[in-house]
Ligand binder design. Structure first.
Ligand code: SF4
Ligand code: SF4
Length: 390
């Protein structure tokens, strides 16, 4: 859920970053990576796309060990990676988190860390002081303990998260708060935003819940192949998370209630149509993002895939004497050039730039990257209407 330009904390101008991105795209350089150090988490969030934490705990032995991760990081740097996001689960559940983090920063990577805040210790805060991250992002699940813990299903998780935030603030670490706005917490969004403001921190929200991933960790719960038939998906309890999704109207209302998001939406509404029509109309591609072109994701088990929710293609990049560059090339060739098989509504859609939908999310929800869930079209239309009205 990396939905912000990756330059906010670096003082890099967008024009400069775009030069990097264009160059990386022209040369198929794997510029940006996310790395799930573990899928295990000490919270049990009701909407979590990782699925069954009990099953995930059993995969601990299959997670990459420290030396393998460090070797892989070196190969990633060698291949041209500059931006790295360490994520989870909660990456700080790993006792070797500091060692991995420090190695990544010392290797020259610009490292962001996504976590739930509850496992931050003085030692971790000190490591962030010595080797500053680009940003640490902590998810706030509510402004009150009751709401927070209704979502995380963990007593005392609210206090632990607030303590973690406090430790990082005292250490002067660059920090941002965010939330997933769902039916259980959206009414506390203004209060969460105020909390962040009082702490002098940036805050962002996301309204786009996705179903739980049908990956190896949830294999006991579903068909683990990528070919999920629509009827299977409909009845699949991996989709239970969608119970907590806001209606398109509620989500759009929340977006325009945030001044920064409203401004972006208004600008996009103004410039949207012509650009979309010219650039996308004649395209036969399914994916238009950077996944598999300039960015990629590494699973805790050593697979490289296009992004955190795009499970195929998936290439083992650690077993034996795997060459990372060859794995990246294989991923790129298999994924980036995927073509549409029918008229794909998104390629000619005038609301394209206002839309939070993604073909990989469509796979999770409908079984095919070209089968668009109505939620996203309604949400984009509501965003357009509400940002024009306001
Ligand atoms: S904190 Fe994140 S990874 Fe952990 S259970 Fe909640 S949503 Fe899932
Ligand atoms: S999901 Fe709907 S609104 Fe979004 S780009 Fe596709 S057709 Fe347009």
């Amino acid at each position: 859920m990396e939905d912000r330009p990756p330059n906010e904390c670096l003082g890099i101008e967008n024009a400069d970053l775009n030069r990097y991105l264009n160059r990386a795209s022209a040369t198929n350089t794997p510029l940006s990576a996310s790395f799930e150090l573990t899928r295990r988490c000490n919270f049990r969030c009701v909407h979590c796309y990782l699925g069954d934490q009990q099953a995930l705990q059993q995969h601990r032995q299959q997670e990459l060990d420290t030396d393998t991760i460090i070797k892989l990081l070196d190969q990633m740097v060698e291949a041209g990676t500059l931006f790295l996001t360490l994520t989870g689960g909660d990456p700080m559940l790993r006792p070797d988190f500091i060692r991995i983090y420090e190695h990544a920063v010392r290797s020259g990577l610009l490292v962001s860390v996504y976590c739930n805040g509850s496992l931050i210790t003085e030692k971790i805060a000190a490591a962030f002081t010595t080797y500053p991250p680009r940003i640490v992002e902590i998810t706030l699940y509510g402004a009150t303990q009751k709401t927070f813990e209704t979502i995380t299903q963990r007593p005392d998780s609210y206090t632990a998260c607030i303590q973690g935030i406090s430790l990082l603030r005292q250490a002067g670490v660059r920090l941002r708060l965010k939330t997933m706005a769902i039916t259980l917490n959206y009414q506390e969004l203004p209060a969460m935003r105020s909390m962040a403001k009082e702490m002098g921190l940036q805050f962002r929200h996301d309204c786009s819940i996705i179903p739980a991933l049908p990956n190896e960790d949830n294999s006991g719960r579903t068909n683990s192949s990528n070919d999920i038939r629509r009827t299977d998906v409909k009845e699949n309890f991996l989709q239970e998370t969608l119970r907590f999704r806001l209606s398109p109207e509620q989500a759009a209302l929340i977006d325009v209630g945030a001044d920064d998001v409203k401004k972006i939406l208004q600008d996009l509404t103004k410039q949207n149509d012509d650009i979309t029509k010219i650039s996308e109309k004649s395209s036969r591609k399914i994916y238009h993002c950077g996944a598999g072109r300039v960015s990629y994701h590494i699973t805790p088990y050593g697979k490289i895939q296009p992004c955190i929710i795009t499970l195929q293609p998936s290439v083992d990049c650690v077993t034996g004497s795997q060459d990372f560059v060859l794995c990246w090339k294989k991923l790129h060739e298999e994924f980036a050039q995927q073509k549409v098989t029918k008229d794909f509504a998104c390629n000619t859609c005038e609301d394209n730039r206002l839309c939070t939908g993604c073909p990989s999310g469509f796979v999770l929800e409908k079984g095919s990257p070209e089968d668009v869930p109505s939620f996203y079209c309604k949400y984009a239309a509501c965003r357009r209407k509400k940002s024009s009205d306001s």
